[in-house]
Design a protein around this ligand. Structure first.
Ligand SMILES: Cc1ncc(COP(=O)(O)O)c(C=O)c1O
Length: 358
């Protein structure tokens, strides 16, 4: 019995999109592959309106590979890791696991990281990289990355800005040139509404120059190798998930047809409806003004059993998400991303009303 996924990843993928993956394989060193892959890169560049100084790649990996890419290829000696949830904490720990020094700027879960908090730390001049999560999936908080990016480009131009937008990209409004980021990435099982297995990364020329100066970049995590290979051959350095690339190619056609603004507005409308529902019956976990547009984290103020709710929702072919880790049962989350639209969100919230008698 299929449950339609309103968890914040993997999200629901339509049968048509799943079917895209069943095409016959092609060789990854063949001309057909070059055409497929360069086409995808061009579509991504167009969607994100990238200038020549920012470049896109697609890795065959989940998004976490990019924690290691940042740790291996971007951080020179010491990073400042902004944390306000489980994933931003993991990002900082991954950089440490790559052998680099990390200080943590810990912000209370549910609150946003603000430019002033970062400035206080960066003023010491100790850091060469800042890591931050755009959309903290564990808490439903959207950090103000445009303001942070603007401040960093003006006041700390030598510090690289690395952003995890794993659950934000192609749901939230994302213009890397306006943010002024050096690395930003996402996995395909979130707003791209594809199976897990690919990650899209956008990297600045500055970041690539930095990477060239850093020793021990590893193999799969070597950003220079990835982009040099593309420059020379217009292919990926290692065998990619070709089947999933077929589906990404199709997804980019659909996203371009909807337009970046259309995609953002659809997510915004779903988020606003979910927040209104949550405020009526419960309360929001995210600090006001910093709520995610792709996942709403709701404080379980009525002490309902989220586990039981999901069991009942399963009978109605839906699945939402419990709170993450220590937030389980204290919060629950509705992922409104990818292929979902307002009608679908209204439907699942109606079922929750019915089950819980709200
Ligand atoms: C914000 C954020 N970062 C990182 C991850 C890990 O991504 P992946 O499972 O694609 O490696 C997730 C997954 O939920 C996430 O939401």
């Amino acid at each position: 019995m299929h449950k339609r996924l309103l968890i914040p990843g993997p999200t629901e993928v339509s049968a048509g999109m799943l079917h895209e993956q069943t095409r016959f394989l092609i060789g990854h060193r063949a001309k057909e592959f070059t055409e497929l892959y360069t086409g995808i890169i061009e579509k991504l560049n167009k969607f994100f309106q990238l200038p020549d100084s920012q470049k896109t790649t697609v890795t065959t990996s989940s998004g976490t590979l990019w924690f290691d890419i940042v740790g291996r290829s971007i951080v020179k000696e010491k990073a400042l890791a902004c944390t306000n949830g489980a994933f931003s904490e993991r990002f900082g720990k991954a950089v440490q696991a790559c052998g680099k020094k990390v200080d943590f700027l810990d912000v209370e879960w549910g609150k946003a990281v603000k430019p002033g908090m970062i400035a206080e730390k960066l003023d010491s001049g100790e850091y060469d990289t800042l890591t931050i999560c755009h959309n903290e999936t564990s808490t439903g908080v959207r950090n103000p990355i445009y303001e942070i990016g603007k401040m960093m480009r003006k006041d700390y131009p030598d510090v690289m800005l690395a952003i995890d937008s794993i659950s934000g990209m192609v749901g939230d409004k994302l213009l890397p040139s306006e943010i002024g980021c050096d690395v930003i990435y996402a996995s395909t099982q979130k707003c791209f509404a594809l199976p897990p297995g690919l990650a899209v990364g956008i990297v600045s020329d500055r970041a690539l120059e930095r990477a060239r100066e850093i020793p021990n970049r590893g193999m799969y995590t070597n950003l220079v190798r990835i982009f040099d290979y593309y420059e020379r051959k217009h292919q990926t350095p290692f065998t990619p998930n070709i089947s999933l690339l077929y589906a990404l190619d199709k997804r980019m056609d659909l996203l371009l047809e909807e337009t970046p603004e259309g995609v953002y507005q659809r997510h915004k409308v779903m988020a606003e409806y979910t927040r209104k529902w949550a405020r009526k019956h419960f309360a929001l976990f995210a600090e006001p003004g910093y709520e995610s547009v792709t996942v709403t984290c709701i404080k379980n103020t009525l002490g309902k059993s989220v586990k039981e709710l999901n069991e009942k929702l399963a009978e109605r072919h839906f699945m939402i998400s419990n709170g993450y880790g220590k937030l389980a049962e204290k919060t629950f989350r509705v992922g409104h991303m990818g292929e979902w639209n307002l009608a679908g969100i209204k439907e699942v919230l109606w079922h929750i009303d019915e089950i819980w008698g709200l």
